[in-house]
Design a protein around this ligand. Sequence first.
Ligand SMILES: C[S@@+](CC[C@H](N)C(=O)[O-])C[C@H]1O[C@@H](n2cnc3c(N)ncnc32)[C@H](O)[C@@H]1O
Length: 415
Amino acid sequence: MAEHPAYPVGLRLTGRRVVVLGGGQVAQRRLPALIAAGGVIVLISPEATPSVEAMADAGEITWERRRYTEGDLTDAWYALIATGDSEANARASAEAERHRVWCVRSDDADRATAWTPATGHSEGVTIAVLTTDVKGRDPRHTAAIRDAVVEGLRDGTLVARHHRTRAPGVALVGGGPGDPDLITVRGRRLLAEADVVIADRLGPRDLLAELPPHVEVIDAAKIPYGRFMAQEAINNALIEHAKQGKAVVRLKGGDPYVFGRGMEELLALAEAGIACTVVPGISSSISVPGAVGIPVTHRGVAHEFTVVSGHVAPDDERSLVDWPSLAKLTGTLVVLMGVDKIGRIAETLVAHGRSPDTPVALVQEGTTAAQRRVDATLATVGETVRAEEVKPPAVIVIGEVVNVGLPAAQAPQPS
Ligand SMILES: C[S@@+](CC[C@H](N)C(=O)[O-])C[C@H]1O[C@@H](n2cnc3c(N)ncnc32)[C@H](O)[C@@H]1O
């Protein structure tokens, strides 16, 4: 039978009877997609794997605990024949042929009337790969092609522009702490589809170099702001470009909502009637300590971690941070934007009860090639920062977790 290549088609199974014979690994792999396609699925099998059984328990399929008998395929639109009994498979396959039911056979692709392609999904599209070489079918090769296409679309290395559905607007994308591999799959894809990218100094700047030449890349720090505040000027730039019908990505370091002013931008865009989507990012507050082997929590050591902005000193009237209360906590304190003020912060914490011996780690430019860790205690950190010339951006970790990781020599290195 297998002389011509298979004809690719998408079956619309909603409300249509699909019969699955055999409840083993093949059924387990294929059932989720059949369920997702809305098929009315009847599984006929004396046994089933626990996962298949769970689908029956959840009411996603109907399970008849018995062997195949003649007539089971009569009203089916589609059948998956995958029992361990080749004689039963052959009989079922003959019945499917008589009733003109397209059927897949797990034990004999040559005798099947349908083949299951290697499938994957990306942004509302199903990618299905079928071999045309009927003699030399190579399922691993088709799966590898599927993986390459799906991964490429997800990470943006394969760019397929949307022509009908892509609406202009702004995406606030959390770019992660700096390592270009630490942006989300969605963020990377939106970046690859952007017409304009407005980027911060922090975040995965290496990704900007990969953008095609037609993409306008704007450094947020260089947007002239004249009579506006810098943030207002950035908001205006986002609005103006979006109004020109462009797909705009606002690329931010870490997560847009962790000291990232993401909500200010979102509100300004909403007020201007511009569609906006927000893509979370990996915040430096967790990932940068992790990059040098410091966990922000550890069983038996720290049951809480608090992320604080240190951009104003504790005695500054603009400070919204209750430092005396933080000094009484026993868990981990993670201070962002605190390099300049860490001396005053440490003094305040000690003055309100935190031990001067509390370990402190400063991690500068975490997850990048320039990553650097400097260790101190609350008593010494002010001086250490000066002596070691620690510069922003740095995440400062205060607490016993600093000492639970691997020794520095064995700690993870940036990749
Ligand atoms: C304006 S805040 C933005 C935080 C960001 N939204 C986040 O979730 O990571 C900037 C501060 O984040 C920290 N930071 C961001 N990226 C960093 C990195 N790669 N290494 C060290 N600190 C970083 C520094 O404390 C820096 O001053």
